[in-house]
Design a protein around this ligand. Sequence first.
Ligand code: RTP
Ligand code: MG
Length: 148
Amino acid sequence: MEKTFLMVKPDGVQRNLIGEIVSRFEKKGYQLVGAKLMQIPTELAEQHYGEHKERPFFGELVDFITSGPVFAMVWEGENVISTARLMMGATNPKESAPGTIRGDFAVTVGKNIIHGSDSPESAEREIGLFFKQEELVAYAKDANNWIN
Ligand code: RTP
Ligand code: MG
């Protein structure tokens, strides 16, 4: 089953949005298979956002994502990578639709509440950066029979 890496960023943790965000993915029908509250070391932040290292905002991005605890998660389900991105909304909250997480809770691009993997390759890479294999839990939920 497809898995993705999602993370409530430091602004989302500070604004007490962990529960709201977890709830949206649970209610959608996805299954949480790993989670932890953690402070990201600088080196991990630089690896995670490595694709942006030449961009002018890279320093700010690393400073922000390491500025306080994040809630790192792995979610599982059909098409979870692309559907989670839809549920998050556009990167810039100026353009994210109401009803999406960023559309409902964020104002500015630098503080946009949530991260989500943007492709199967990113998901595999990011899950591997943040979680050890033994931190992910495989388990059956009867409720899934009513979704898939
Ligand atoms: P993320 O990786 O955090 O899930 O966000 P994303 O895929 O929607 O957007 P991405 O292009 O990967 O950008 C990563 C993060 O960098 C910040 N950003 N700032 N100042 C700017 O113009 C700018 N552009 C991007 C955002 O916080 C974005 O989430
Ligand atoms: Mg991205």
